[in-house]
Design a protein. Sequence first.
Length: 91
Amino acid sequence: MADEICSHMEALGGQLKHPKELVCEECIKTGGDWVHLRTCQTCGATLCCDNSRAKHMTKHFHQTGHPVIISAEPGEQWLWCYKDNLFAEYS
């Protein structure tokens, strides 16, 4: 990881969870649509971003406290920590 990282990102030990499918698990259940996808690094849930109407990943953070997500978008390699409001790219 190239950028400054927080203790939550460090705790991942470089072992990232990647999406099983490129769909928002909650939007699929409700018939909704999404803009971009994020994958929770605690439980592996793949949910939609804040540019999506439902904002499922942010709701997931508020419900669970799971702090770190990665972009599930092909070609994007970054992490976000909700608790520390910190962005980092990885390779």
